[in-house]
Design a protein around this ligand. Sequence first.
Ligand code: FES
Ligand code: FES
Length: 166
Amino acid sequence: MREKWQDDGGEKKITMKINNQEYSMVVEPHWTLREVIHDKLGLTGTKEMCDKGACGSCTVIMDGRPILSCMSLAIECERHEIETVENLEVVGNPLVEAYANNHAMQCGYCTPGFVMTAKALLDRNPDPDEEEIKDALEGNICRCGTYPAHLGAVLEAATKLGGGKK
Ligand code: FES
Ligand code: FES
């Protein structure tokens, strides 16, 4: 188990599993999960755009569900399993490759949030139709307007993962 910031004057010691790695850390009660992941652990793939729960760029997966890490206090995540975009292989991951094939990013700032939301969808439903994909991604905002490309990317990933289109 990795030990982080123990005895540093923080308020509460918690444990959580992030990307299959156990962490033990002392956190202050007001720290968000996004702050811990991005600022303290250096997993910078998880982005912050609004810090108000309105854009989805900070999305990570907790216990199989996509959550907004800017709206989740770290102390509430004790003993939970978190997955961030760093857990996805850059080469050989069907979802990542489908995103690249479909050019589903411009500046890329929102992309980790979209990808983790899409992964959570495909993990629970490997055969989503277009409406299900749109519903799943509706909370993710892209300033560059890449919305149409995400549909194709997720459908392609579903096919590669064996789901296929309805
Ligand atoms: S940064 Fe979390 S929803 Fe926008
Ligand atoms: S690709 Fe730039 S914000 Fe989405």
